[in-house]
Structure formats: C-alpha cells, structure tokens
Design a protein around this ligand. Structure first.
Ligand code: ATP
Ligand code: MG
Length: 261
C-alpha cells in the first residue's frame, strides 16, 4: 500500500537542523536545564553564552546524547532523536569536539586524521574509499581547511594548544558532520592563537555549510561570528536573538550584573 504524501506544488520547507522543545534535565533534585526551546536553521552559527554553571555544557550533553533528558524533545533535521544513543546521533551527522584524550599523542597529525576518517567510513556503513565521494573530506583537504597541513608529519602530542584544538576540529571534520557542537574551543589557547583559531572555525562553517553551536567566553570573537546568541542562566534560555538584540535585553543585562562574560 502506498503512503506517499500528496504532490506539492511549493518547495518543501527544510526542517531546522536542530529543534529543542521544552528540553529539561534534573539531577539530585536540582534542575540544571530548564525547559529550553530553540529552533536552529541549517547553516546558522549560534553562540551559547551564560555565566559559569548556567547549564551550557549540560545542554550539549543532552543534544549529543551523553545524558538523557528528564523532559522535552530533541529533533535533528526533523527526526526525533530524544531516546537515541550518542553513536546513532553521530551517524545522523552530529559532531562535537572530543576531549584531548581522543587525540593519539604518539601518532602524527596525519595518522590521527586518517583514523578518524576510517571511523566515519565504518560508522556509516560506507566503504573507506567512498567516504570522500559521499561528502566527507580527504585527510589533505581537512588539514588544509584547519590550516594544519604544514604540521601533518608532526607528532600530535607535541603540538601547541592552539594546534591541538585545530587537530580536534580536523578529527571532527573527517567524520563529515552537519551539526557541530563546540564547547569552549579556545580554552587553554594562547591569546596569540585565538584569532587564527577563530578564522579556522569561521571557514569551516562557511565552506562546509555546517550548522554550529559554540560555547565560548571570548565575547569579542562571538559577536562577529554569531548569527544569534543563546543566553543561558540558571538552566533557562534567557534570550535567543541577534547579538545586539540579545545583549540589549534587560534580563540578559541583569543576569550578567557584576559578572564578567
Ligand atoms: N552530573 C551532574 N550532577 C549534578 N550536578 C551537575 C552535573 N553536571 C552538572 N551539574 C551542575 O549543573 C550546573 C551547570 O553545569 P554546566 O557544566 O552545564 O555549566 P556551564 O554553563 O557549562 O558552566 P561553565 O561555563 O563553567 O563551563 C552546575 O551547577 C553544575 O554543578
Ligand atoms: Mg561548560
């Protein structure tokens, strides 16, 4: 029996890359993420900000599936993934930066990226050789995109903090994600490397047409890059708007009173 939808004469509306509806997470009687609702369009760059302990990392853990929400729903590209395991969401194109432990310190930069690309090919049931043809990038392209091609033979463990962050980004890209979660990608990076890393993240988003959610405390970086700011405070989404609008919001200003971003 056919259940195909009736023909439509208008272009189908693309589903948002990410939809959160009343997403909540409570643990030990405390509500850490409190009824967060947001729609993120494909290709958008969202900066998630908020004081320490606001629930930003907890929100990312819910979206990537590391923790199970106690309320609400998560849709990736229109598909409800609320009860899916992290690896299932990875297969749907969700990526988040991994801890430095996922970088093999004794292997070269190039070998690390090769391994990530192979994991992608296996994880999505594609043959390794076909990974690039299916939309992923080859090792050389990935390393060029993150501006690490000149370090491809270097041992990963010997990289500067900034270059390690670039390598983590490269490992992520080798897996061919469509939605990327970056939790403080500038953490531990020297002031001199922040500008370069920012440019790399921007280039990745533009050239790969990725949707990006990034937690960052470097406001000067975010205001230039972000299409919208998602401001969290005590687990709630205080504001979700263009940077100037969000920063002018009286609730946001009150939340930050006496606190530095
Ligand atoms: N597993 C857990 N059990 C109990 N409380 C937790 C747990 N994980 C996080 N929390 C608490 O939830 C709150 C939010 O933490 P979270 O790490 O999400 O904040 P954040 O906005 O990422 O902060 P930061 O800017 O410091 O990284 C904090 O008060 C934290 O102590
Ligand atoms: Mg955090």
């Amino acid at each position: 029996m056919s259940v195909s939808p009736p023909p439509s004469h208008s272009e189908p509306q693309a589903a948002p890359a990410l939809t959160l509806t009343d997403l909540s997470w409570s643990v030990g009687g405390a509500t850490i993420v409190d009824r967060v609702t947001m729609h993120v369009a494909t290709g958008e760059f969202i900066a998630v900000i908020g004081p320490n302990g606001a629930g930003k990392t907890s929100l990312f853990n819910l979206v990537s599936g590391l923790t199970r929400p106690t309320g609400g729903r998560i849709l990736l590209g229109g598909t409800d993934v609320t009860t899916e395991r992290p690896y299932q969401r990875t297969r749907r194109g969700l990526g988040r930066t991994f801890q430095t432990s996922s970088v093999f310190a004794d292997l070269s930069v190039e070998e690390n990226v090769d391994l990530a690309a192979q994991a992608r090919a296996g994880g999505s049931h594609r043959f390794w050789r076909r990974a690039a043809a299916a939309g992923g990038l080859g090792t050389t392209e990935v390393l060029e995109l993150v501006r690490l091609d000149h370090r491809r033979a270097a041992t990963a463990g010997g990289l500067s903090h900034g270059d390690k962050r670039k390598l983590e980004l490269a490992l992520l890209l080798a897996r061919g994600p469509e939605l990327i979660l970056l939790d403080e990608p500038m953490a531990g990076v020297s002031a001199g490397e922040v500008g370069e890393l920012t440019a790399v993240i921007h280039a990745v988003q533009r050239e790969r047409h990725c949707t990006v959610l990034m937690v960052e405390h470097h406001m000067e970086v975010l205001l230039d890059m972000a299409d919208r700011l998602a401001v969290m405070h005590h687990g709630e989404l205080l504001a979700f708007a263009a940077p100037e609008t969000a920063m002018a919001d009286p609730d946001v200003q009150a939340a930050y009173l006496g606190e530095s971003l």
